[in-house]
Design a binder for this molecule. Structure first.
Ligand SMILES: Nc1ncnc2c1ncn2[C@@H]1O[C@H](COP(=O)(O)OP(=O)(O)OP(=O)(O)O)[C@@H](O)[C@H]1O
Ligand SMILES: [Mg+2]
Length: 620
């Protein structure tokens, strides 16, 4: 019951601590029995009036020694519990960590990050009590009544057997209670996580909630959920209290039974006074270990649930370790590439693409057509594809992750910047890079001036670089990528959601990079891809067209339509701006209707000296 052999086997080191813990407790019990025996004998002698000073002194010495032994044993047993918890935490966290490394970047296909974090942190913590307290108690709770039975059977067999037989009533009730409690606990956890989810979501969306003044509604929603949770918590507590009461009834009822039996046996002359007293003194000890085990039981249940989750993670199938490296000629070729996240919906339908070495290739298409999916497949994050992908003739699936990461650099619109200095963030791309090289790449992405005005390479970044603007973040991410200096670069909407100036800086660098490297550029803005050697047009997971910008325009199909639509939209924006300028040129100084500058709004603003640039300030 509640003993998971695999779990214990996994943390082999803990076995000796568990054994040590049980031995300590057992020695403590033996000391207790000896002390009680001595006391019982002394009481009998006192009663008979035959107790001498020697016996009283001896009893006192035995009692003192027993107390010391018990004290030491308690400390040792707590220490063993700690050591086995420590071993468990270390071993399991190490195993989870190694497993994740072996799963590699594609772990997300099989487990979600929050679950991994929960299992590795909370899950392992729950096992701490399982190993440190529950398991030793489990063995001790079996050993203690048996030991007492053996000792007391010499004193008075009927009392000993009755006491022994009553002990299993405790686990039996626990099992019965737990069976009923399982449903309740499942409901409780459901409510608990639901409340947690709502709370987190409301906290994260607080600004939005305020904007739409929906806080009253959210408030009520939270209150309702909290009330549900309060009720179910109370139910669980009631259940636990009740089960404790039942266990207490059995434990102390059993002990009382032992006392009654001992006295009747004494009256009928089957046991002497010392024996009777000993049974009375030790009767409760039969039940206390089991009763303690019962109180650890719910912890053990949590531990079991946690270990199931841990093993699920540890049992995930691993990609086999691959030995191939990316060849010198890193031309990429996809043939008949098919991919689906969920079995019933195919995302890519037999896609053929080539990315020759040193070429500049773009992939365009509507949102959701599968562009990022292709990038993720090339980066080895999505693995379950069919068809073939080769890099310089070597199948992608046989290239080791290390070599792939060394040769392919992926930059998305949300590249992760770490808390720490700009230098730290850059050096992760090339640890050996010198100061000059770092400034060079910062210069290339137009970030050097800004950083010089701050603390240079030592400028601190907050988590996710929240103290930089979106454009600055993206430029820093690009600088890091440039530093990586790999033969292949994949840009996935690297310029979405940022200012025009940053976008232009970044696009200029990408074009420059494309002169020497293999560049794959994913962008929804066709103006950015017009310079590519080849443009693939993806539509709902199919390549519908490919060629250079001019060829595609001449073909006058999907790409040309998309291009014309985007051109039209941009000129429409210009027209709207121009119309607005007829009424108001954007200058707060001139009144509506009598604007005399005659400069369209857009140009007016664009041509105006920028306050934040040094030249602009000087010109003013
Ligand atoms: N992790 C995922 N699990 C299940 N489906 C997914 C997952 N990621 C993407 N999809 C689905 O795959 C399809 C293609 O997504 P993908 O991200 O490749 O599109 P995209 O072309 O990059 O779009 P966008 O231009 O908006 O970035 C979408 O229909 C999306 O719903
Ligand atoms: Mg995408």
């Amino acid at each position: 019951m509640m003993i998971n052999k695999r779990l214990i086997g996994t943390v082999n080191e803990s076995k000796k601590y568990i054994a040590g813990n049980v031995i300590c407790q057992w020695v403590s019990l033996a000391a207790n029995i000896t002390m009680m025996g001595a006391i019982a004998r002394m009481l009998q002698s006192l009663f008979a009036g035959s107790a001498g000073d020697g016996q009283i002194a001896l009893t006192a010495v035995i009692a003192a020694a027993a107390v010391v032994i018990r004290f030491v044993c308690n400390i040792l047993s707590a220490r063993m519990g700690y050591l086995s918890s420590k071993a468990v935490k270390k071993t399991l966290r190490e195993m989870i960590y190694r497993k994740l490394l072996r799963l590699g970047t594609s772990y997300k296909e099989q487990a979600n990050t929050s679950e991994v974090v929960q299992v590795a942190v909370e899950g392992v913590d729950q096992l701490e009590t399982y190993f440190g307290a529950y398991l030793p108690q489990f063995f001790y709770a079996i050993l203690a009544p048996l030991t007492l039975f053996v000792v007391l059977s010499f004193v008075n067999f009927p009392s000993a057997i009755v006491l022994l037989v009553c002990v299993p009533l405790i686990p039996v009730t626990i099992i019965m209670v737990q069976r009923w409690a399982k449903k309740l606990l499942a409901k409780y956890w459901g409510q608990y996580t639901a409340l947690g989810d709502t709370f987190l979501e409301n906290l994260q969306g607080l600004t939005t909630t305020k904007i739409y003044q929906a806080d009253d509604f959210k408030h009520k929603e939270m209150n309702e959920q909290s009330e549900h949770f309060r009720r179910i918590t109370m139910k669980v507590l009631t259940m636990q209290l009740n089960s404790i009461t039942i266990m207490d009834l059995i434990a102390y009822g059993g002990a009382a039974l032992g006392v009654i039996l001992a006295t009747t046996q004494f009256r009928s002359g089957h046991v002497d006074l010392a024996g009777c007293i000993l049974i009375i003194l030790l009767a409760a000890d039969f039940f206390l270990p089991m009763r303690m085990l019962g109180s650890f039981f719910h912890i053990a249940m949590n531990g079991m649930a946690a270990s199931d989750k841990i093993f699920r993670l540890l049992d995930l199938p691993e990609p086999e370790q691959k030995a191939e490296t990316v060849p010198e000629n890193c031309a990429i070729e996809c043939k008949g590439l098919r991919f689906s996240y969920d079995a019933d919906r195919e995302i890519l339908h037999s896609v053929d693409m080539v990315f020759p070495k040193g070429s500049f290739t773009a992939i365009v298409g509507e949102s959701g057509c599968g562009k990022s999916t292709i990038a993720a497949i090339l980066m080895g994050r999505n693995k379950g594809y069919t068809g073939s992908i080769t890099v310089g003739g070597t199948p992608l699936s046989e290239i080791s992750e290390e070599s792939l990461m060394e040769n392919f650099t992926y930059i998305s619109h949300q590249s992760y910047l770490f808390k720490g200095t700009v230098r730290d963030n850059l050096l992760m791309a090339r640890a050996s890079a010198g100061e000059d090289t770092l400034w060079q790449v910062l210069e290339r992405v137009n970030l050097a001036d800004f950083l010089r005005s701050e603390k240079g390479l030592d400028t601190m970044l907050n988590e996710k670089a929240s103290n930089l603007s979106g454009g600055q973040c993206q430029r820093l991410a690009l600088a890091r990528a440039l530093l990586h200096d790999s033969p292949v670069y994949i840009f996935d909407e690297a310029t979405s959601n940022i200012d025009v100036e940053s976008e232009n800086d970044i696009m200029a660098q990408i074009h420059k990079l494309a002169e020497t490297k293999t560049v794959i550029l994913i962008s929804h803005r066709l103006a950015n891809v017009a310079g590519a050697d080849t443009i693939y047009v993806l539509d709902k997971g199919n390549i519908v067209e490919s060629g250079s910008h001019c060829q595609l325009l001449a073909a006058n199909r999907a790409y040309a339509k998309l291009w014309n639509a985007q051109q039209e939209l941009e000129s429409y924006n210009h027209r709207v701006i121009a119309n607005q300028s007829a009424d108001w040129c954007g200058d707060p100084l001139c009144q509506a209707g009598d604007c005399t500058t005659g400069i369209p709004f857009g140009h007016h603003v664009a041509d105006a000296p920028r306050n934040d640039s040094k030249d602009g300030g000087a010109a003013k």
